[in-house]
Design a protein around this ligand. Structure first.
Ligand SMILES: NC(=O)c1ccc[n+]([C@@H]2O[C@H](COP(=O)([O-])OP(=O)(O)OC[C@H]3O[C@@H](n4cnc5c(N)ncnc54)[C@H](O)[C@@H]3O)[C@@H](O)[C@H]2O)c1
Length: 368
């Protein structure tokens, strides 16, 4: 097995969420985003960092700036409805900010699901739409159930079950169930054994990745995130063996093909810093079902599973979304941890985005 590189574990900064949000807004406004766009991007990235998904939080800023400079990520674009078939909407993202076009696609789908009871939204060609749970939470805040199949089009990082090189994206799946006056249940994960960003965060922090989540360029098991960061490149493995591979394949086909976007194959491999996502979202109004006890039944089930005697070393049985809520509460109080390597990359990206060096220094002093 390839062993991890050894680095001293760096101590993360803790940055107050509201201040981090203001800095992220300032970066994107400096880059040319309208204030609403900058705020939607900051809501999403700081929100993902607050939930503990650092892989999809503010650490994405350098990649987004690089994509903008490659003329791939386009600022100030909006979701474009290319086909309205009533309960089915097809929406083009045109490589606009995923945080804007997915937000707008969900707004359209929510309005339609409230009217018809159901709406399927095919969103294609969005620049990175980040943490998919954010979109499920948007639907849940409107009282709606949703599930989301997403492909990372043309950006293979994951080996197929039984294969030894990267052929598939980390294709996330997400499903959410709203609850009256309480937070929704939100299941949200990459179909790879770990999200790619988690390998990046582990690399920046000098940590090993969990056993079974990586193979090197020769298909040998590895716990060294370097195999994902430096040539010759290895691959992530699919979660749950053949089942994760199968779910990833359906995310690829529902998200990439059914939306009218594209799937990953030899003709579509990306060569730039862009991350292109396509997503099929199915949004349902629970009130349209003859199911007055749906929420009570969900509660009874959760109470039942949580009563299971705890396995050794386990402190608690979590419902989907509970770990994120706990982390959000802790980080809202204590600040968002950002490791020094990631923080330096963000400051460099702010300069690359056009922020004067003196302003970057002022922000760095204020937030440190
Ligand atoms: N936009 C993209 O291209 C893209 C690609 C891949 C992943 N992502 C995002 O990356 C994020 C991270 O994905 P991940 O695979 O690392 O997530 P993960 O492995 O941390 O799994 C998260 C899910 O598992 C649940 N969970 C976590 N610990 C639990 C426990 N102990 N008991 C019960 N449930 C538990 C969480 O509530 C959540 O629903 C997700 O938000 C995903 O949407 C985005």
């Amino acid at each position: 097995m390839t062993e991890p590189h050894s680095k001293k574990q760096p101590v993360p900064l803790r940055i107050e969420a509201a201040q981090l949000h203001a800095f992220v807004c300032a970066i994107w406004e400096q880059a040319g985003s309208a204030p609403r766009e900058a705020a939607l991007v900051a809501d999403h990235l700081v929100g993902a960092s607050l939930t503990g998904h650092d892989s999809h939080g503010v650490g994405m800023i350098p990649r987004y700036v690089a994509s903008m400079r490659d003329n791939e990520l386009k600022l100030n674009l909006h979701a474009e409805v290319v086909r309205d078939a009533g309960a089915v909407l097809t929406i083009e993202g045109n490589k606009g900010f995923g945080q804007v076009v997915a937000f707008e696609a969900m707004e359209l789908g929510i309005a339609r699901a409230k009217k018809l009871g159901v709406c399927a939204v095919g969103l294609r060609g969005a620049h990175h739409i980040g943490r998919i749970g954010h979109w499920a939470e948007q639907c849940a805040a409107a009282g709606l159930v949703s599930f989301h199949f997403v492909n990372v089009a043309g950006d293979p990082l994951v080996a197929p079950f039984g294969g030894t090189d990267r052929r598939i994206g980390t294709n996330p799946f997400c499903a959410a169930f709203p609850r009256t006056g309480r937070p929704p249940l939100v299941l949200d994960f990459a179909t790879s054994a770990i999200a790619y960003g988690k390998a990046r965060v582990a690399f920046n922090q000098g940590k090993a990745t969990p056993p079974g989540s990586l193979i090197d360029h020769e298909g040998r098991a590895s716990v060294d995130p370097r195999v994902m960061m430096e040539a010759p490149f290895g691959s992530l493995t699919p979660m749950g063996g053949h089942k994760g591979f199968g779910l990833a394949a359906m995310c690829e086909i529902f998200g990439g093909a059914l939306s009218g976007g594209f799937t990953t194959h030899a003709d579509t491999l990306g060569t730039t810093n862009a991350i292109v996502n396509c997503m099929l979202s199915v949004i349902l109004d629970p009130n349209a079902f003859d199911a007055p006890n749906a929420e009570a039944e969900a509660d009874a089930f959760l109470e039942w599973v949580k009563a299971s005697p705890l396995a050794a070393g386990t402190g608690q049985i979590f419902a989907p979304g509970e770990p994120e809520r706990a982390t959000r509460a802790e980080r809202s109080a204590a600040g968002v941890p950002v490791d020094p390597a990631t923080w330096q990359q963000i400051l460099d990206a702010a300069r690359d985005a056009g922020m004067p060096a003196s302003d970057v220094d002022t922000w760095a002093r204020k937030l440190h």
